[in-house]
Design a protein around this ligand. Structure first.
Ligand SMILES: Nc1ncnc2c1ncn2[C@@H]1O[C@H](COP(=O)(O)OP(=O)(O)OP(=O)(O)O)[C@@H](O)[C@H]1O
Ligand SMILES: O=P(O)(O)OC[C@H]1O[C@H](OP(=O)(O)OP(=O)(O)O)[C@H](O)[C@@H]1O
Ligand SMILES: O=C(O)c1cccnc1
Length: 486
């Protein structure tokens, strides 16, 4: 049975300042003011050209369970300020006791390829509630999107080979291990060695055996024989404990016995040495001995660059076991997703648009109730345009590059498009049918197939065009001018 990982309330999984701001809104009587926040990132991880959105299912579990238990409230009651008096007054804790998410949440479906500055999630509702969600939503979405993206890169490198995720032992703690396995599967891995992730999410589990198995016997052949005898229907033998090519010969020996018993030697695993040379030689030995169906698993500190290089070198590896560099996103340990206020409803009922200024253009936020329109033609996706739902594009539309307004694109009314953000919560009620994990995983590959190969290359990828619809561009420019003049 698939179980939600965050089925217990994790409302205290946040930074203290979210609670102190919530208290501030409550004290000043502005808690119920309607606000809109966007969750987005500014730069692709791994110097890549795309990012895979992942984590929405965790966000849904988190919000469904969102409430402050008596135990949570007791803890908050114990917190004190610099004068040693309670930080929060009892009436605020009573308010938190009854608090449930009552707002609207739109999100890009998991498995969608996304780009800098596009909202992956948009939250609208009483400002106190929206504010309280910032840290938790970022915690869930940043990590899973990072790992799904890393796995999608591994998938590009491995092409049609099998990809196994072996990372649990090197993962960043328990939740890091479990959610990394989920995100890695979504991003393109075929299976995980992580049994709990297999149970929780319905991910296929696979594995071989460790060096310790071989070392616990007097010799390698005896170890292989005992393993095959124990489990003849699941035999992939690790051959590199002493001498890899001698190990392949020993595996062939037990493979012959397996065959006589009506089973097969599924694979051998190489975990050290020159994986190109050894896999080529191992392939020859296996083929000559009548084991063309036996797969060769390669592992040992692999990443997408090594997999690409090994394939270029003609390595005969069919199955890639990847751990540390995948689940820790080794070369970029965090996705810099942020959650920014974009609009507040004023007392008269109109939207007051909000923007965060910065000396760096990339850090200036975008105002508005944002939606992303993805335009496509017969070759695939062409460009993404962010617009304000309060002033939607009509007829033919101009999209403007936010960093160079002279770069503009025109889309006619008949250009095909899809709006990426879909309703997930309405008035606090879940209105979204969470897709099965396999359909999310397929979506990643369907999405990536629609982009030009230059966006998917590892070195200096082409930047996919993302711009602002012209009315939103004008709104943003006017706000920047207004704030700079203040
Ligand atoms: N043909 C190859 N081209 C490029 N890198 C390779 C090749 N073969 C293996 N590697 C990678 O080189 C790195 C180091 O492997 P190396 O053989 O030096 O040590 P090792 O085999 O890991 O030794 P150990 O027994 O300690 O595991 C690993 O990341 C491995 O995946
Ligand atoms: O290399 P990774 O991509 O992280 O894949 C997982 C590794 O975990 C196992 O060995 P472990 O690292 O525990 O020991 P070893 O390095 O001595 O083989 C396995 O043999 C892999 O090499
Ligand atoms: O099953 C395996 O071969 C495996 C599992 C975890 C880590 N390394 C290898």
């Amino acid at each position: 049975m698939i179980q939600p990982l965050y089925s217990n309330s994790l409302s205290l999984l946040t930074d203290l300042y979210q609670l102190t701001m919530a208290y501030g809104y409550w004290k000043s009587g502005t808690a119920e003011k309607e606000a809109v926040f966007n969750l987005y990132f500014r730069k692709h991880p791994f110097q890549g050209g795309f990012t895979i959105a992942c984590g929405l299912s965790g966000v849904i579990d988190f919000l469904n369970a969102f409430s402050f238990s008596e135990n949570d409230l007791e803890y908050l009651r114990s917190l004190t300020g610099s004068d040693h008096r309670p930080l929060f007054e009892p009436a605020f804790l009573d308010y938190l006791r009854d608090l449930r998410f009552a707002g609207e949440l739109e999100a890009v479906p998991e498995g969608t390829a996304v780009f800098p500055n596009e909202p992956l999630i948009r939250v609208r509702g009483p400002i106190l509630q929206c504010q309280l969600l910032e840290t938790s939503l970022l915690t869930i979405v940043n990590f899973q999107s990072l790992i799904a993206t890393k796995a999608a890169r591994m998938r590009l490198a491995a092409r049609n080979d099998t990809l196994l995720e072996f990372g649990l032992r090197r993962a960043q703690g328990i939740d890091g291990g479990i959610t990394a396995s989920r995100a890695a599967y979504i991003g393109g891995c075929d299976a995980t060695s992580n049994v709990l992730a297999g149970k929780l999410y319905g991910i296929p589990v696979r594995g071989t055996h460790a060096h310790s198995w071989v070392m616990s016997f007097d010799d390698e052949l005896a170890a292989f024989e005992a393993y095959t005898a124990a489990m003849p229907n699941n035999v992939t033998l690790l051959v590199d404990t002493y001498d890899s090519l001698q190990g392949v010969k020993n595996a062939i020996e037990v493979g012959k016995t397996l065959k006589d018993k009506g089973y097969q030697l599924n694979g051998i695993r190489l975990d050290s040495g020159d994986l190109a040379y050894l896999s080529i030689e191992a392939r020859k030995l296996l083929d000559q001995a009548g084991f063309p169906e036996t797969s060769i698993v390669g592992s040992n500190d692999l990443d997408e660059y090594l997999v690409s290089s090994l394939k270029e070198q003609g390595a005969r590896i069919d199955i890639w076991g990847i751990g540390t560099k995948l689940v820790t996103a080794y070369d970029q340990p965090a996705l810099g997703g942020v959650y920014k206020l974009a609009a507040i409803r004023d007392p008269a009922g109109s939207w007051e648009y909000k923007l965060k200024l910065s000396e760096q253009a990339i850090k200036i936020s975008t105002p508005g109730i944002q939606q992303v329109r993805r335009y496509s033609n017969e070759h695939g996706f062409m460009a993404d345009m962010i617009f304000n739902e309060e002033t939607p594009p009509t007829g033919s539309t101009t999209m403007i590059d936010p960093y160079d307004f002279t770069r503009q694109r025109q889309f006619s009314e008949s250009t095909a498009y899809e709006d990426l953000l879909v309703p997930v919560f309405r008035k606090g009620q879940l209105v979204y049918d969470t897709p099965a994990i396999d359909s999310v995983r397929n979506r990643v590959q369907q999405q990536l197939a629609q982009f030009h190969p230059t966006i998917k290359r590892f070195i200096n990828p082409h930047a996919y065009p993302v711009g602002l619809e012209h009315q939103l561009h004008e709104l943003k420019t006017a706000l920047i001018f207004g704030l700079r003049q203040k």
